[in-house]
Design a binder for this molecule. Sequence first.
Ligand code: ATP
Ligand code: MG
Length: 226
Amino acid sequence: MSDRGSIVVRARHVWKSYDQGRVSVLQDASLEVRAGEVVALWGSSGSGKSTLLHLLGGLDTPDRGELSVCGLDPTLESNRLELRRRHLGFVFQLHNLIPDLTVEENIRIPALALGRPVAETAARVRDLATRVGLQHRLSHRIQDLSGGERQRTAICRALLNAPAVLLADEPTGSLDEATGDSVFALLRSLAQHDRITIILATHERRFAEACDRIVRVRDGRLLANL
Ligand SMILES: Nc1ncnc2c1ncn2[C@@H]1O[C@H](COP(=O)(O)OP(=O)(O)OP(=O)(O)O)[C@@H](O)[C@H]1O
Ligand SMILES: [Mg+2]
């Protein structure tokens, strides 16, 4: 576990554009997040929230600027596997689960890269599924689950390797209000219990206000502490 209070995620003067610079997305974005913080990236559609999370998660590279997650630079290919294996969990805007596989099989996916003992992984999957209320759904296929159950499965998958940092891209975006509230409450309680640092992208004010801190994203610029 990281020291509470130390900076675990840092972006410094990050710029990102697409289409050979024709679409400018992030402009001089800087951010520091401390261990154990739950930070909302709050902004309207197209403001650059997913782009920033993708850069932090090593899923894309910036044009300019520095990034650091748990002391590792996610722009370096040589760090990406290590980050995904041990430090970072990602909950995608669309859950990105494999519909033909069961809940249990989907949650286990990150363990494949670690070569962990099967019995140890099975116990961890059961523990996580129980914590999110999915223990009775482990052998069900994703395609047979509700939206909230799918998103809870995606959260378990992201937490399987006990990451220090969870990047959550609108984890409640596809859910109705009540289900969204329960998934958000679940993330908060997991963060508190396991002292996970969470950066959560949302366009919903009520979720942003329930985080420890709001970083407003507007036209690719970050406006902190609003
Ligand atoms: N691969 C890409 N090629 C071209 N433009 C892109 C690409 N990815 C993102 N963009 C553009 O960058 C801008 C920011 O996109 P991004 O997905 O980061 O926004 P967002 O804040 O996550 O929006 P939403 O709330 O709708 O998810 C958008 O205008 C989008 O069209
Ligand atoms: Mg997005």
